[in-house]
Design a protein around this ligand. Structure first.
Ligand code: RTP
Ligand code: MG
Length: 194
């Protein structure tokens, strides 16, 4: 039998667009290393509508889904809107400018994400507890030492992601990394049954 204490678990961590834009990457990585995680792999990715929707597929029926997808992707409709404003009559133009303003705000909120595979014993639960609750406003009160309290803004722009179960970790790691299996132990390796 394989002893649990020798197992090292992997989880998927992500620094979301607000975290990258806010220059929190180095601070978050310091916390990661201080807490004994190894950063096995990392990539910067620009999620598009399809990839973000697929990554967060479990939330596709939630009311916050469209907003979540906008937050996680950069705005490609900006040019499209601009090209259509000039021929418009006055009232339509005003509406259009409001849309452009929103799109600008959106494009500043969004951008690439930094995706990492973290490894340690109990990595999934430990990373979740380190990032804190989903709502960064609440995190600032109830979990002031959490990463979301440090860098997040609200219930959506909460700076970081963490897999919430072994199944999610497996799915999410293989979403970004083809060649990383989600749980390894030296013993598994020794017996050749990774
Ligand atoms: P994550 O998956 O990103 O690690 O976050 P989580 O488990 O703490 O929260 P989850 O329920 O899985 O929600 C995924 C992401 O959707 C956005 N969200 N917005 N406006 C809202 O009420 C709301 N609720 C969730 C957040 O960005 C959340 O991290
Ligand atoms: Mg989640």
């Amino acid at each position: 039998p394989i002893s649990g204490s020798e197992e090292k678990e992997k989880t998927l961590a992500m620094i979301k667009p607000d975290g990258l834009l806010g220059n929190y990457t180095e601070r978050i990585k310091e916390v990661i290393v201080d807490y004994g995680f190894s950063i096995l792999r990392e990539i910067t990715a620009q999620l598009d509508q399809d990839s973000a929707s697929s990554f967060y597929a479990e939330h596709s029926s939630r009311s916050f889904f469209p907003s979540l997808i906008n937050y996680m992707t950069s705005c490609k409709v900006l040019n499209w809107i601009f090209l259509r404003i000039f021929p418009m009559p006055k009232t339509k133009k005003i509406v259009a400018f409001v849309c452009v303003f929103q799109a600008f705000r959106q494009s500043f909120d969004s951008g690439p994400v930094l995706v990492m595979v973290l490894e340690k014993e109990n990595a999934i639960a430990d990373w979740r507890s380190l990032i804190g609750p989903t709502d960064a406003c609440k995190a600032k009160i109830t979990h002031p030492n959490s990463i979301r309290a440090m860098c997040g803004q609200d219930s959506e722009k909460n700076c970081v992601h963490g897999s919430d179960s072994l199944l999610s970790a497996q799915r999410e790691i293989s979403f970004f990394f083809e060649d990383v299996s989600s749980v390894t132990t030296h013993r598994y390796d020794m017996f050749g049954s990774s």
